[in-house]
Write a protein that binds this ligand. Sequence first.
Ligand code: AMP
Ligand code: ZN
Length: 211
Amino acid sequence: MGPPGAGKGSQSTKIVKKYNMPSISTGQMFRDAYNNNDPIGIEAMKFIKNGNLVSDEITNGIVRTRLLRDDAETSFLLDGYPRTVAQAIALDGMLDDMHTSLDAVINILSSHDVLFERMEQRRVCKTCDATYHLRFKKPQEDGVCDLDGGELYQRLDDTHESVMRRLEIYESKTKPLLDYYSNKGILYNVNGMQSFDKVYDDIILVLEDIK
Ligand code: AMP
Ligand code: ZN
């Protein structure tokens, strides 16, 4: 968990490599569906591009389907889900059905200034979803992914207006979830205003500790 731009996506990508588990990112699933002209993706993008949340019904539906796939049987990491209390309750139901529960909820803390800066300068590879930052993590060649030469683009929801709306929604709809998981005793806070590697190390310390 953490506000938009806190680094959830990049940290998830690295964590799942270490533990060999799938990363289930609702935002990424919506973007993939949109790029594939899937009706759900086109519907979802109407909300996403303005910085609003996609409905709980659609979001819970794609997560439920995704959790049933074989690769999620032993372990998985959720990135960007749940984002509302209603989603958290629905997720508990899905996990009950699977006879499992969450081991940890990692919350990446960050200030709004840092988040604005990160999101407006963020660029993403069309092919592999790797993320770059125009100042702090520049691609070697402008507009081109270092990893596979894919074209870099700015997410439709990384505009100033959209970022403002996403932060507002985070405060009103998602932040209450911190209490929900804190009450369950599984919330771990990590300082997100450090280098990417330091944040990663702090997350791994938590995960190793609860194993
Ligand atoms: P993300 O890639 O996590 O920043 O998500 C991008 C956008 O997808 C969000 O701003 C929402 O519009 C939508 N989205 C992603 N996850 C959810 C969710 N759990 N519930 C509702 N909307 C979501
Ligand atoms: Zn790439």
